[in-house]
Ligand binder design. Structure first.
Ligand SMILES: *Cc1c(COP(=O)(O)O)cnc(C)c1O
Length: 367
């Protein structure tokens, strides 16, 4: 693809930092991981950021410190990446689902009906970089303190709801995978304001070791390396600029792609910060091409596309007969799986790329 669907920004200072790591011999978790955690916590307005080796282990770790028992339930949406569901299953809990709205986000008005005596957590997915309405979500919990919020903020580094950052409402789980807004290949971050939880997570990520060879709990190896932190830190240092560039690209599309029949443009709530990990449109039956034909047309012209996600997360044989997955009718999410299409919105796009993508789409519509 001449214009890929995502592209990571590698800063010159990442090369310097990588060389520092290589020269120091400190290849595993070291001082640069600490620096990344500090940057991440400061930027998200939280007391603690715990770096881990990917976004999936971030979710697993967040659920593990809730001490879920078999039969305990976690509410999420089926319009998400497999990791959300896999993490719930790995925690030993049961996943229950609510539908999504036209903004692709959890329908918070369905949460109270999904709550029962076994509900222990709700896991909103801040999909494509836009936060779930956290006021409505908190209201739907009706003050039940036994229900924790675990934010799947994998796609939402730096995003804000009414001035408050993703990851600051509950336990926040972020991904530093290559296609995310801050990407270093593989990596993840868990955020929390709770000192005790942060302590437990730091111990669990490192084999359950509190001090050298002093094991206090059976743990994991979920550590991030300084090599990865070296690539992520410069992106965190430039996060406002990178996000602003995504926002401008999205604004350009929202202006220039208006009026194409059957193409439903994404929305964002005014006043909140959508960080546009993906720019996702819906192609419905009134468009001159089907979604899948459009993918082909764009790919022929070397424009990268993504379908996130082609099926509901539980719509695979491996989940169908698990008692820990409560399969639920979610008609809106189901429709959207056949309509969604993401086009490039990353900060490396040039004005020429953006013009080419818009004119290609307008040409397809005028044929
Ligand atoms: C990327 C992603 C994850 C998992 O992150 P990894 O770093 O790939 O393990 C989880 N949830 C969502 C919604 C994601 O997009």
């Amino acid at each position: 693809m001449t214009i890929p669907i995502s592209k990571v920004k590698i800063f010159e200072s990442a090369r310097t930092r990588l060389n520092q790591a290589l020269d120091s011999g400190m290849l595993a978790q070291g001082p640069q991981v600490g620096e990344l955690e500090k940057l991440f916590a400061d930027r998200h307005g939280v007391n603690h950021a715990v770096a881990v080796n990917n976004g999936t282990t971030a979710l697993v770790l967040a659920l593990e410190v809730l001490d879920l028992q078999p039969g305990d339930e976690v509410i999420t949406t089926p319009f998400t990446f497999a990791a959300t569901l896999n993490a719930i299953i790995e925690s030993g809990a049961t996943a229950r689902f609510v539908d999504i709205g036209d903004d692709f986000l959890m329908s918070t008005d369905q949460i109270s009906d999904a709550i029962n005596s076994r509900t222990r957590a709700v896991m909103p997915v801040h999909l494509y970089g836009q936060m779930v309405d956290m006021n409505q979500l908190e209201e739907s919990l009706g003050g039940r303190n036994e229900i924790s919020i675990v934010e799947d903020a994998a796609q939402a580094v730096g995003s804000k709801f009414q001035g408050r950052s993703a990851g600051s409402f509950g336990i926040g789980c972020f991904s530093l995978y290559a296609t995310k807004n801050v990407g270093c290949g593989e990596g993840g971050i868990v955020t929390t304001n709770d000192d005790r939880l942060a302590d437990r997570m730091r111990i669990l990520r490192n084999q359950g070791m509190k001090a050298r060879y002093e094991y206090v709990v059976p743990g994991h190896n979920y550590r991030l390396t300084d090599l990865h932190a070296a690539v992520a830190i410069p992106q965190m240092e430039n996060l406002e600029t990178l996000t602003e560039s995504r926002r401008q690209n999205a604004d350009f599309y929202l202006k220039e792609l208006q009026g194409l029949e059957g193409m439903i443009l994404p929305t964002s709530r005014p006043g909140d910060l959508h960080v546009w990990n993906q720019f996702t449109v819906r192609i419905d039956g009134s468009a001159p091409v089907t979604r899948d034909e459009l993918v082909e047309h764009l790919n022929e012209r070397e424009i990268g596309t993504g379908i996130y996600y082609p099926r509901l997360v539980f719509d695979y044989d491996c989940y169908r007969n698990l008692s820990s997955v409560v399969i639920t009718e979610t008609p809106n999410a189901k429709d959207i799986t056949s309509q969604c299409l993401s086009i490039p919105v990353h900060p490396s796009l040039t004005d020429g790329d953006l013009d080419f993508i818009v004119s290609t789409l307008r040409k397809i519509w005028s044929q």
